[in-house]
Design a protein around this ligand. Structure first.
Ligand SMILES: NC(=O)c1ccc[n+]([C@@H]2O[C@H](COP(=O)([O-])OP(=O)(O)OC[C@H]3O[C@@H](n4cnc5c(N)ncnc54)[C@H](O)[C@@H]3O)[C@@H](O)[C@H]2O)c1
Length: 444
């Protein structure tokens, strides 16, 4: 099938490349000229493992192309996917301006009937609204709308797209449903379940899934804090509950709180749309609170831990101290820093008088552009050299594999704060490192 993908960001590019890989012909459209020029020149504008191979293979096979010309792409295709951004507005709602603008453009560009598939994460009711915009601006042409939320995770996007747990399709008529089933037929043939439902339910499934996963993250962080307060060990706790198949082991690792471009905005948007429906989601509201409380509390704990390790009794222990921040992306294997822990903790530490030097194999440039007064280092050693403490935020392989026996020599003070529980507390103690992790007792 010939498909236009409007929006060639993390989701649009992966979806476009993977749909091409299963045999469709995809025209990826983006309004960002530099992004399209880079893609046309064979450069991938984001860091996503495995993506460049899939893009290269399908461009070579003539199934994948890039353009800024939305009008031509819409004219050439009967199915149009919308994968534009839905960032948080200042009031916490989803900002749907990209969805609305692109929908109007599609309506005006369409010459015949089109199916518009909403892949962006949108609040319940948006697909109907897209339908109304198409009807209003489409000059009597026949449009149908489907909802097809995306569940891929950055850093594992190709694997997630190609081997999904399920594919969710929302529609309001059988013809649309059948076209969607045709698009995803190669997955269904491999036994992937296509969950077909209404537009509204499909939209809600995406928010429910993210809210549920965010709840697991916030929950295990609270349990880690409780372990710290009572002498428990969150690693054993996590295993002890995660092996219960009703609970499951995924998303039960403590950390600096959930971040990224999805969980924070989607949980908040869900609470707002639920309040507006006069049906508040108290659990999700608590999760949002818990997550922001957790990271702010970590900011205080980091300062207290450092003060104790440096034997600093001043009330402003961080003033003039140099902190090496290891990992700036919101998680490993991505260059995405949207709502990353670094974007909260670096400003907090800098405001407290510290000098923060960040290292990240892929996200340093984006972080330096986003975080005022953040210095960035080209190598991990450069960040660690002369630092008063190392603060580990992202579980990149090279950070997880640090040989602290060697690297501690670079530090001015052997202080390591590990918000991903990457290292063995007993080994760190044996090396004479003042080591803080989350919810794990000090070795005896
Ligand atoms: N990033 C993720 O991990 C992820 C996962 C699942 C779902 N989602 C959802 O998918 C959607 C897209 O997310 P993303 O991270 O890919 O966003 P993104 O910001 O990386 O990409 C959006 C792209 O759309 C382009 N665009 C906007 N308006 C356009 C228009 N009128 N015509 C052509 N191009 C246009 C932008 O230039 C940008 O390149 C969001 O709703 C998001 O919540 C994201």
């Amino acid at each position: 099938m010939k498909i236009a993908m409007i929006g060639t960001g993390y989701v649009g590019l992966v979806t476009g490349a993977c749909l091409a890989d299963i045999g469709h012909t995809i025209i990826c459209v983006d309004s960002a000229v530099d992004k399209v020029s880079a893609l046309e020149a064979g450069d991938i504008p984001i860091y996503e493992p495995g993506l460049s191979d899939v893009v290269e293979r399908n461009v070579g096979a003539g199934r994948l192309s890039f353009t800024t010309d939305l009008v031509q792409a819409v004219a050439d295709c009967s199915v149009i996917f919308l994968a534009v951004g839905t960032p948080p507005a200042s009031d916490g709602r989803s900002d749907l301006s990209q969805v609305e603008a692109a929908t109007k453009q599609i309506a005006k560009a369409a010459d015949t009937s089109k199916l518009v598939v909403v892949k962006s994460t949108v609040p319940v009711g948006t697909c109907r609204r897209v339908g109304r915009i198409l009807a209003k601006h489409g000059g009597g042409k026949d449009f149908s709308v489907a909802s097809n939320p995306e569940f891929l995770r950055e850093g594992a996007a190709i694997r997630d797209f190609m081997s999904p747990d399920r594919i969710v399709i929302g529609s309001s008529d059988d013809k649309t449903k059948h076209v969607m089933h045709d698009i995803y037929a190669p997955f269904a043939e491999r036994g992937v379940e296509l969950v077909s439902t209404t537009l509204e339910t499909s939209e809600l499934i995406k928010y429910s899934a993210n809210a549920f996963l965010a709840t697991k993250v916030a929950f295990i962080n609270e349990m880690a804090n409780l372990c710290d307060a009572t002498g428990g060990d969150v690693s054993a706790l996590s295993r002890g509950i995660g092996l219960d198949r009703r609970i499951g082991e995924a998303f039960l690792k403590p950390g600096p709180g959930y971040g990224g471009s999805c969980f924070p905005k989607d949980t908040l948007a869900l609470t707002i749309l639920a309040q507006e429906a006069d049906c508040p989601t108290r659990i999700v509201e608590s999760v949002v609170d818990s997550n922001s409380f957790h990271i702010r509390r970590l900011g205080r704990r980091i300062a207290d831990f450092c003060a104790a390790a440096w034997c600093e009794d001043s009330r402003v222990p961080l003033v003039g101290r140099r902190i090496a921040m290891l990992g700036l992306a919101f998680k490993a294997n991505t260059d995405d820093i949207r709502q990353a822990a670094s974007t909260v903790l670096a400003p907090l530490l800098i405001k407290s008088g510290a000098e923060v030097v960040g290292y990240d194999p892929e996200a340093a440039q984006a972080a330096a552009a986003e975080i005022d007064f953040l210095e960035t280092a080209l190598t991990m050693d450069e960040a660690l050299e002369g630092a008063d403490a190392a603060l580990v935020l992202t579980e990149w392989d090279d950070i997880a594999a640090i040989n602290w026996e060697k690297k501690k020599k670079l530090l001015k003070h052997p202080v390591v704060i590990d918000l991903r529980n990457l290292y063995d507390p007993a080994k760190m103690e044996a090396l004479g490192i003042d080591y803080m992790s989350l919810g794990r007792p000090k070795p005896h």
